[in-house]
Structure formats: structure tokens, C-alpha cells
Design a protein around this ligand. Structure first.
Ligand SMILES: [Fe+2]
Length: 256
């Protein structure tokens, strides 16, 4: 049985030793809880069993467990500049054995392992069975949905944890990135040359949603329009409009 309340208490215990005053830590805690909720919404939209809904929520809670050590050791969220936080997460859970604090039974271990390991990769690895793949997809969608919420919260508070919005407004978006957006494809992180490219690559996450539910949330909450408007200037207006048009077009294609 999956006892999510118990898992949440254990999660609280796990994060307690970390510096809660550090904005990066508190953001990730709040993110984890919100991802539980989005995962639940997605799982319900797919008419999954109660068991799979609870499992999706548990994976949501634990998917970023590697972030806390990543921040403690490297003080950055950039996997490129530090360590792959998903690989670190599964190491903490399954090599160090922390998973048993969150769930007594081991029958979901493979599903949890593969979902977390694959949540931040460019694509899901080969060889997952149907149920493993389902949960890997749910967490990828839920995580992406909430990334926009994080940025919007940063905007509301005027904090620059993820981005320096003023830099983005001044930088030129690389042609390669714009081509990828026009093709309605996810940006490869190695094509990112500056902060503006990185910002646009986050907007392009919409092209990588498996299920409609996450996309519907992104559209309803107008994340894309708000984020584009925040960085739009006279200099980048044409590019920003092009990006927004492509994303709106994509929503239509997906019947969202
Ligand atoms: Fe993550």
C-alpha cells in the first residue's frame, strides 16, 4: 500500500537539515508538493486505478529528491555544470536505500526508479514496460507543467533565481533555437548558447507533453503569454511573437 501522508512526513524529515532560507531549497520543496498535485490531475485524467494515482503522486513527491544534495554540494540547478540530479536522486533512493522510508513494499521500485531516472532526460530510454513508461511520462509532464509555475512565481516576487529577465530581453535568440521552435520540437540543451536561448527552450517544453492535461493547465494559466510578455522588447518582438504563434498553433494541433 502507498501511504502518501507518511511519505510526505518522511519527505519533510528528509529536507529538514537543508537550509530552508536558501530560495533554491524552498522553491524545490514547494515544487515537489505541487508536482504531486499535477501528477494526480494527470493520472485522474487518464482514468487510472487508485493504486496508479497514488503511485504517480509518490513519484511526483520524490522525483527531485536529488536536487537538495545537488544544491548543497554544487549550489546550482544546472546539471550541465554539476551532476545529473535525476541520477543522483535514484542513487539516494535505491543505492543508499532511502526509498524504504517512503514506501515499505518494494514492488513498485522498478517503476519509481525508471520514472525518476528518466524525468529530466532529453527522451525516455528504451526498454521500459507499459506501466513504467506510463509513470515516466506522467512525471515528465507534471514536472514541465510546474516549471512554468516556478517562473511565474519568480516573476511575481521579482526574484531572479532561474533567470535574469533583463539579460534575456537584451540577448539574441540563436537561429538554431528558433528553427527548433518552428519545427515544434524540444530544444537540445547543447544548442543553448545564452540565457535567452535557455528561456526559449523552457517555453518549448510544451512540444514534449505526452498527455493533454498538462498542456491544458499551461494554456488555462496563460503561462506562455505571461512569460513571453515579460521579456518582450522592441528588439526581440518579432522573434517572441513568432515563438508565441508557434506555441498557440501547437495547442490547436493538440486540440487543447
Ligand atoms: Fe527534476
Amino acid at each position: 500500500m502507498i501511504d502518501l501522508d507518511k511519505a510526505k512526513k518522511e519527505f519533510e524529515k528528509y529536507v529538514k537539515p537543508y537550509d530552508i532560507q536558501n530560495a533554491k531549497i524552498s522553491r524545490k520543496i514547494a515544487h515537489s508538493y505541487r508536482v504531486v498535485e499535477v501528477s494526480e490531475q494527470i493520472a485522474k485524467s487518464l482514468n487510472l486505478t487508485e493504486e496508479d494515482i497514488e503511485l504517480a503522486k509518490l513519484i511526483g513527491l520524490l522525483h527531485d529528491i536529488g536536487r537538495f544534495e545537488q544544491i548543497r554540494i554544487y549550489d546550482t540547478f544546472s546539471d550541465k555544470d554539476s551532476i545529473d540530479h535525476a541520477n543522483l536522486g535514484v542513487k539516494i533512493l535505491f543505492e543508499d536505500g532511502l526509498i524504504r522510508n517512503f514506501i515499505e513494499e518494494n514492488k513498485y521500485d522498478e517503476i519509481i526508479y525508471k520514472a525518476i531516472k528518466n524525468h529530466n532526460k532529453y527522451a525516455i530510454e528504451e526498454g521500459l514496460n507499459e506501466r513504467e513508461l506510463l509513470h515516466a511520462k506522467i512525471i515528465r509532464d507534471a514536472d514541465k507543467t510546474d516549471i512554468y509555475e516556478i517562473y511565474i512565481n519568480d516573476l511575481a516576487k521579482n526574484v531572479y533565481v532561474a533567470y535574469n529577465y533583463d539579460n534575456i530581453s537584451k540577448e539574441k535568440i540563436s537561429d538554431k533555437i528558433l528553427e527548433t521552435v518552428k519545427a515544434h520540437k524540444l530544444v537540445n540543451r547543447y544548442d543553448i548558447k545564452n540565457e535567452a536561448d535557455k528561456y526559449v527552450s523552457s517555453l518549448a517544453f510544451v512540444f514534449d507533453f505526452y498527455f493533454k492535461k498538462g498542456l491544458e493547465i499551461v494554456k488555462e494559466r496563460q503561462y506562455i503569454t505571461k512569460l513571453i510578455n515579460r521579456v518582450k522588447t522592441k528588439d526581440n518582438e518579432a522573434e517572441m511573437n513568432l515563438i508565441e504563434e508557434n506555441i498557440q498553433e501547437y495547442f490547436k494541433e493538440r486540440n487543447v
